[in-house]
Write a protein of this length. Structure first.
Length: 401
């Protein structure tokens, strides 16, 4: 039995081509058509943009790898009360994932547009409820839900009524289940105020269609040129004795040369004087790797990744002091805010996400200690010069914070 594979996802994109296999299955080529329309803006094409392009996937993998190293502690009076708090409440988020993998998925989905968390506990962690990330294009919002989420919600009563409605969700096994909207929490790396649906976030990928296309073209060009580099062009050597002689071969000469070139012998003798050269002789001059890396760095810049962090990631994590500082800045400006939004979903007081256990923070700790030492020495000198006791206490409090 054949099946029709439809990638419309509620949009009116027309397929570029249709193929029917021997079993009657119909396949639509939509991806190139979307790029020709200068669009990526739906969940399926964003996913394909990530999974089909190494330059994009490398950047999102960097974000997910670093994001998954987070530790979440419970604080009280500005001091750690419980380390790795989530593990104390729930060892695993669901039956199939560790918290580390769960966080990786969070960063991947959020940076592709929207991370939809299915949480029937509504933020109360316990072993009876399982937390799952939902596949965005498998959510089927009703017309009424889209209308409600596309406008202002005027009151708590209206909001509660909307949250009590069910969304159809098609699981990977094909079975459809209803999920109350109140059990779905969306998280966004960009904005949810531009799409016309409060549950649908934008993505930086949407503005990168040309960059991704260029990256694809450089990879395709590299593949073609590598393939052609094993091919040779054979032509008759020109004679310097006769200006009127054309450097062409007769059929007998061509057959003789072709047969001898493919015979596998180390030495080959031909009755025709020939020129032999590769069809693609100098891949390095094409600078295809350079083009690919340029796209990689541009995509990383869009996602807030400093260039030296991107370079360090390509070099298997080998870093220098300035790269450590860039990584810390990247964590604080890109990873931290997104994780804070997830942590705030859980109904517990003063949970904080931190990466300060990582080795890259050792440099920062050393610098902070050296700076504090200098400030304390200056404070001691100021006291000797007559600084008041009240001013001393105020300055000391600032230094020790």
């Amino acid at each position: 039995m054949g099946f029709n594979f439809n990638l419309s996802f509620g949009r009116s994109y027309q397929p570029e081509s249709i193929e029917i296999d021997s079993r009657g299955n119909v396949f639509y080529e939509l991806w190139n058509n979307l790029f020709k329309a200068n669009k990526i803006k739906c969940a399926e094409t964003r996913y394909k943009a990530v999974m089909d392009n190494p330059a994009v996937l490398l950047n999102l993998k960097l974000i997910a790898d670093m994001g998954s190293l987070v530790r979440i502690h419970e604080y009280k009076d500005n001091n750690i009360q419980t380390t790795d708090f989530l593990y104390t409440k729930k060892k695993y988020p669901n039956f199939f994932q560790s918290w580390e993998q769960f966080f990786k998925d969070f960063y991947l989905w959020a940076n592709m547009g929207t991370a939809y968390l299915y949480d029937p506990s509504k933020g109360e962690l316990n072993d009876s409820d399982q937390l799952y990330w939902l596949i965005p294009n498998k959510l089927d919002f009703s017309k009424e839900q889209k209308e409600a989420l596309g406008g202002f919600v005027a009151s708590q009563t209206v909001y509660n009524k909307l949250m009590a409605t069910n969304v159809k969700y098609t699981q990977p096994n094909g079975k459809t289940i209803p999920i109350p909207l109140k059990h779905i929490k969306p998280f966004f790396s960009f904005s949810n105020g531009l799409s016309g649906n409060w549950f649908d976030g934008g993505s930086y990928l949407d503005s990168l269609y040309k960059i991704i296309t260029n990256s694809d073209l450089s990879l395709n060009s590299q593949a073609v040129n590598l393939d052609k580099s094993k091919e040779f062009l054979v032509s008759k050597k020109e004679s310097k004795d006769s200006l009127n002689e054309f450097a062409t071969m007769g059929d007998a000469e061509k057959e003789d040369v072709e047969r001898k070139l493919v015979n596998g012998k180390t030495f080959t003798v031909s009755k025709a004087p020939v020129n032999i050269q590769r069809i693609v002789s100098d891949l390095q001059n094409l600078k295809l790797d350079e083009t690919f890396l340029t796209q990689y760095f541009i995509i990383g810049k869009m996602f807030g990744i400093p260039k030296d962090v991107s370079e360090a990631y390509l070099n298997n994590g080998a870093t220098f002091e300035n790269q450590d500082k860039s990584m810390i800045k990247f964590i604080s400006t890109s990873l931290q805010p997104l994780m804070d939004s997830l942590v705030s979903h859980f109904n517990y007081n003063d949970l904080r996400a931190t990466w300060e256990h990582l080795p890259i923070y050792q440099t920062a700790s050393k610098e902070r200690a050296e700076r504090r030492k200098i400030e304390l020495e200056n404070l001691a000198l100021a006291v000797e010069l007559g600084l008041s006791e009240s001013d001393k206490k105020n300055y000391l409090k600032e230094i020790m914070q």
